[in-house]
Design a binder for this molecule. Structure first.
Ligand SMILES: O=c1ccn([C@@H]2O[C@H](COP(=O)(O)OP(=O)(O)O[C@H]3O[C@H](CO)[C@@H](O)[C@H](O)[C@H]3O)[C@@H](O)[C@H]2O)c(=O)[nH]1
Length: 462
């Protein structure tokens, strides 16, 4: 039912990994009649298409952008984070004032985890705010315990936190390790926990891009402190759903290369898909080892390499050899690729979106974490959900060798007992992930309705 009195402001960090789940949440709210203003910086949309959609709910989403001073691109530096905060805070104030001026004030602000200042601005303006946590609920627990009990991530021992699997230091988010060069990012994470809005009650509410069956214990484990509401999988495309969903692509880069024919020509579950998300830049030696691993596996592959046109990323002979066996693209519709029947394995850096997309599509993974939450995600996929194999990093340092990458691909796609078990688990979690989004009895569908009822309509019947 459409109720024009309910306006929500969604504020997101301008990275694809943040826009994707936030936009899907916006759509899911709009489908339920909530009007959305979607605010992010210009740099996020410069590479995106501006599509028009015929979906009726789409008219309820208004896109607003501001300049953070990095309109042509950014990287995660203290200077960028600070500029985004300064310009973003002003943009939030302006957006709130504009809607108040129109007599249609926002009911609530929702923000993703790298823009906690948006929650602070909202509170100052008397607007309730909710964090959208776009990593697993388990990671919320890890950070919560780190900031509140200050467990020692430096001592190299195992960490056994209530309701969480035992984590070795190699499984912890990289920002907690003494060796991290990104301590300033940790300060942003901490601000999330300081800024949580209690809505006048004793527990803050946090939306999580996960689903109940996947993280039941972690979602419940925080309940004395915080109400975690799982509303995922929030994926940038609904191609993984049985009915194909209602895709459109605002703010999502459009693939320029055509790879559909390549995928269509391959046998079921025969293709290895390789991608490392929207930030990670691998070293040239590491790129070459992955190339060698793919060649040794002798399997067709699709590899998404940002900026691949420069061809400086690896030795040219190796590149030419690779191109005889598979296809290299700069960007693809990842959920569309993972939903294609020919894809049998995802070599991933374990960003949470990629991980959840793979889970929801039932594709087993070769886990190759790089930084942030990725090592923890890899641990969960291998040991808790059982849908992947983690590469072994050489003790002496240096790149993971091609032989190791081939070994992992062969386990995941091969005929052995472990591969069969992994594929069985992948199918199980796919069904549970899809099930969570079903209008008829899906837990995430129901959870979002509860959030709307409690937090947007103040518990009143519509
Ligand atoms: O060719 C490509 C490559 C990526 N994607 C999409 O880009 C997103 C990438 O997100 P993610 O897998 O989370 O990786 P990062 O971009 O690296 O995400 C950052 O943000 C995430 C959420 O906080 C963290 O989990 C990661 O560790 C962090 O690196 C996903 O939705 C992909 O579908 C495409 O559509 N096409």
């Amino acid at each position: 039912m459409v109720n024009n009195n309910i306006n929500v402001l969604i504020v997101t960090f301008p990275g694809q990994a943040h826009i994707n789940p936030a936009l899907q949440l916006a759509k899911n709210l709009a489908k339920r009649g909530v009007s959305i203003t979607f605010l992010t910086s210009i740099s996020s949309s410069s590479s995106s298409s501006s599509s028009s959609s015929s979906s009726s709910f789409h008219n309820l989403i208004e896109f607003v952008s501001f300049s953070d001073g990095y309109d042509d691109g950014w990287s995660v530096t203290p200077e960028f984070i600070s500029a985004l905060r300064d310009h973003g805070s002003k943009a939030v104030e302006d957006a709130v004032a504009a809607k108040r001026g129109e007599g249609r004030p926002f009911t609530r602000l929702i923000y993703t985890l790298s823009v906690p200042w948006a929650g602070g601005v909202a509170r100052r303006l008397g607007l309730p705010a909710t964090l959208l946590w776009i990593q697993p609920a388990i990671l919320f627990g890890v950070y919560f315990h780190y900031f509140n009990s200050n467990f020692d991530a430096d001592d190299g021992g195992a960490i056994d936190l209530p309701g969480l699997p035992v984590l070795e230091s190699r499984d912890l988010p990289s920002f907690l390790l003494p060796s991290t060069p990104s301590k300033f990012v940790l300060a942003t994470f901490k601000e999330n926990f300081e800024n949580l809005d209690r809505d006048g009650g004793d527990r803050p509410t946090v939306l999580v891009n996960s689903f109940d069956a996947l993280e039941a214990e972690a979602l419940r484990g925080m309940s004395s402190y915080c109400r975690l509401i799982a509303v995922g999988p929030l994926l940038p495309s609904t191609a993984y759903l049985d009915d194909g969903g209602d895709d459109d692509d605002d703010l999502i880069p459009t693939p320029v290369e055509d790879y559909a024919e390549f995928l269509d020509s391959k046998e079921e579950k025969s293709v290895v898909y390789v991608a490392f998300g929207s930030y990670t830049e691998l070293s040239k030696p590491q790129m070459e080892e992955i190339a060698k691993g793919l060649i040794a596996s002798a399997k067709p592959f699709l590899w998404a390499i940002r900026g691949f046109e420069s061809k400086e990323k690896m030795d040219q002979d190796l590149w030419e050899e690779l191109e005889k066996q598979g296809k290299i693209v700069g960007w693809c519709n990842q959920v569309g690729v993972l939903s294609h029947p020919c894809v049998g394995c995802f070599v991933t850096h374990c960003g949470w979106n990629s991980t959840l997309e793979s889970i929801a599509s039932g594709v087993p993974m070769v886990l190759f974490p790089q930084w942030s939450d990725q090592a923890t995600n890899a641990k969960l996929v291998q040991d808790l959900w059982g849908t992947g194999v983690r590469v072994v990093v050489p003790e002496k340092g240096g790149p993971v060798e091609g032989g190791e990458i081939r070994r992992c691909i062969e386990i995941v796609m091969g005929g052995g007992e472990r591969g069969e078990e992994i594929r069985r688990e992948a199918k199980k979690w796919r069904d549970l992930g899809k099930g969570a989004m079903k209008e008829d009895g899906g837990t995430s569908h129901a959870n979002l309705n509860i959030f709307i009822h409690d937090q947007l309509y103040g518990g009143e019947e519509r």
